[in-house]
Design a protein around this ligand. Structure first.
Ligand SMILES: *Cc1c(COP(=O)(O)O)cnc(C)c1O
Length: 453
């Protein structure tokens, strides 16, 4: 495979040529002097910028096996650049008719991935705003009832409940980190809960809540279900393969709303999130009247179904081009996720066989958690921290990991027999979201074992 820059160079040439020919149709004009910059100055400043940007971890390289970070696919960069040269605003149709259409197309594809026939949805800046919109609609529908989410859900849910003035209820998790259904049911029995947020792929461990079992509870209780699949959503494409239980993913179609972040597993640059509602009539909760915008048609504008106003049309163009090349199928974008998933499963078994490392939990998706074999939580904590620090500061063959804090109870419930001399410990966490991790795994494992000492 050619490198990102090798791929991009001719594509960007094409993007520039296409843009030039479109711009030329409007005739020549003189650019204002105030905007002039000197080539030499730009070159120098670009070099200075490059120097400053060196202060980054190599997210692109498989030796980066830490947080949920990786660069966009080169195709997404080309698509983004093509639209950014025009800079359309997907707030309103007059801000960018072309990218508004592209957004509708990609949103329809995302809805199809989750099995929504009818839908209302749009792209957002990120998963936080997308979830906020879903919780806002939930509050409008059940204004006097609370919102329940698992104790391991993203912290945005409790924070956003405060913001929208709704009581949030954290539901305990079971020994695998999934929402505890008995605890949820006792909460539902009180009648206080209007909406349950289930997470399909928690941010910490990549755990999938039992969406199908929460759906089943609706035969006895009346409540909405929102699925936070910001991180995990694209695993829908390979559910039922690679050892991924299909049931929670198939149940998303029966839920009221779902959030997915194309800027996580969808190969997109930040910010690209998405929110989808199964019932298009929730558009009524967004209704507003603006004297400034919406002149071109009677259609429902994206700005009328979004809490955000200005949004980059380029994000829609980037996602559209990416999905044209890597469609939402098992053999399209799904193949990218499947490679990371296989790497995670294989790494888990290598860790199980190692004397120096202990797995914290079996990966449900592509997040692997482990810690150095030590007798006490304090030694595990210090050891995990040291592995992360030594790995990234190594002059030769560095490796970049991240850590996750778990309490003493979480260790005990996983049957890990470490002496609880402190109330919790950090473990090492590696998100294998780059498909290259699969080939690189041998080296990565060897290096991590060496770091464990
Ligand atoms: C990342 C994430 C969020 C927040 O999304 P941002 O795009 O970072 O704003 C919310 N929920 C889950 C499950 C996530 O993984």
């Amino acid at each position: 495979m050619p490198t990102t820059s090798e791929q991009l160079r001719p594509w960007l040439e094409r993007v520039l040529a296409n843009h030039e020919s479109w711009a030329a149709e409007f005739g020549a004009f003189a650019q204002h002097d105030s905007l002039a910059v000197k080539d030499g100055d730009v070159a120098a400043a670009l070099d200075e910028l490059a120097l400053r940007l060196r202060d980054n971890y190599p997210f692109f390289h498989p030796r980066y096996a830490g947080q949920m970070l990786k660069p966009p696919h080169p195709v997404a960069i080309a698509g983004y650049a093509a639209a950014m040269l025009i800079n359309p605003n997907n707030h309103a149709l007059d801000g960018g008719p072309a990218t508004a259409k592209l957004e509708r197309e990609v949103v329809r594809q995302l809805a199809g991935m989750f099995g929504y026939d009818e839908h209302l949805g749009h792209l957002t800046s990120n998963g936080t705003i997308a979830n906020l919109e879903a919780l806002y609609v939930a509050r409008e529908i059940h204004p006097s009832r609370g919102i329940a989410y698992s104790a391991e859900s993203h912290y945005t849910h409790s924070r956003m409940c405060k913001l929208i003035g709704v009581t949030g209820h954290a539901v305990p998790v079971d020994g695998a980190g999934k929402m505890d259904l008995d605890a949820l049911e006792s909460l539902l029995r009180t009648g206080k809960i209007g909406t349950v947020v289930v997470t399909a792929g928690t941010t910490g461990l990549g755990v999938v809540d039992p969406v199908h079992e929460v759906v089943a509870l609706r035969s006895r209780y009346d409540f909405r279900i929102h699925v936070d699949a910001a991180y995990g959503g694209f695993f829908s494409l390979i559910a039922g393969t690679e050892g991924i239980d299909p049931l929670p993913w198939q149940a998303i179609r029966q839920c009221d709303s779902v959030v997915v972040d194309p800027h996580k597993h969808g190969l997109q640059p930040y910010g690209c999130g998405a929110v989808l509602f199964a019932d298009p009539s929730v558009g009524r909760f967004y209704v507003h009247d603006s004297p400034y915008t919406y002149f071109t048609s009677d259609e429902l504008h994206l700005g009328e179904i979004s809490l955000e106003c200005s949004r980059p049309g380029a994000a829609a163009a980037a996602l559209w081009l990416t999905l044209k090349m890597l469609p939402l199928r098992a053999d399209g974008l799904g193949a990218v996720l499947a490679a990371g998933r296989r790497a995670a499963v294989r790494w888990h078994s290598l860790i199980e066989q190692s004397d120096r490392l202990v797995p914290f939990q079996r990966p449900e998706l592509d997040i692997v958690t482990y810690f150095p074999a030590e007798p006490t939580l304090s030694a595990i904590d210090a050891g995990s921290e040291r592995m992360m620090r030594d790995g990234m500061s190594a002059a030769e063959d560095p490796v970049f990991l991240s850590v996750l804090r778990a309490n003493a109870e979480a260790f005990a419930r996983r049957g890990i027999a470490a002496v609880a001399d402190i109330d919790g410990a950090r473990v090492v966490r590696s998100v294998l979201m780059k498909p290259e991790s699969e080939d690189y795994l041998g080296r990565l494992h060897e290096r991590v074992v060496a770091l464990a000492g």
